[in-house]
Design a protein around this ligand. Structure first.
Ligand code: FE2
Ligand code: FE2
Length: 151
């Protein structure tokens, strides 16, 4: 069973950020499943590394957006991001050096942190930004009917 499932209550109202948060949930579920099945620590370590890389990418995109639109809570939000990255760095280092598997307890703490962060801090900056962002571009047309001139 998935550790965390996406639902609308997690939406921040910015489709691109929602997609990234969903991908984040997928990675957390993959990590949880690998741990629950007692997969080799190499596999757990590889997914954890991916979680860390993805988190870095997501945080920098979010921070760029906040900076671009001069969100007043930017500094505090970034500080919270940086602290979480540091925790992930520690987890990766611990797993790498001593081959200690991430505990289920640590896993749940991480999941709770992500959910809380989205519902509090991310939804907060998103409310500030949502009406300032340009509309998402429409999807490309599947077909363009061309008049051939032949009847
Ligand atoms: Fe986020
Ligand atoms: Fe955030």
């Amino acid at each position: 069973m998935a550790l965390v499932s996406w639902s609308d209550e997690y939406s921040v109202g910015i489709p691109r950020m929602d997609m990234q948060h969903q991908r984040w949930f997928d990675l957390i579920n993959m990590l949880h499943q690998a741990m629950a099945q007692g997969e080799a620590d190499t596999k757990v370590g590889a997914i954890l590394e991916e979680v860390r890389a993805y988190t870095r990418t997501h945080f920098s995109e979010e921070e760029a957006l906040m900076e671009q639109y001069a969100f007043p809570g930017f500094t505090g939000h970034k500080r919270v991001h940086d602290a979480f990255i540091k925790q992930l760095d520690d987890m990766v280092r611990m797993g790498g050096n001593s081959r200690v598997l991430l505990s289920m307890e640590a896993m749940r703490t991480m999941k709770d942190w992500l959910v809380r962060h989205i519902q509090q801090m991310d939804q907060h900056y998103a409310r500030f930004l949502v009406d300032k962002l340009p509309p998402e571009p429409p999807p490309p047309p599947l077909f363009r009917m061309k008049s051939s001139g032949v009847h």
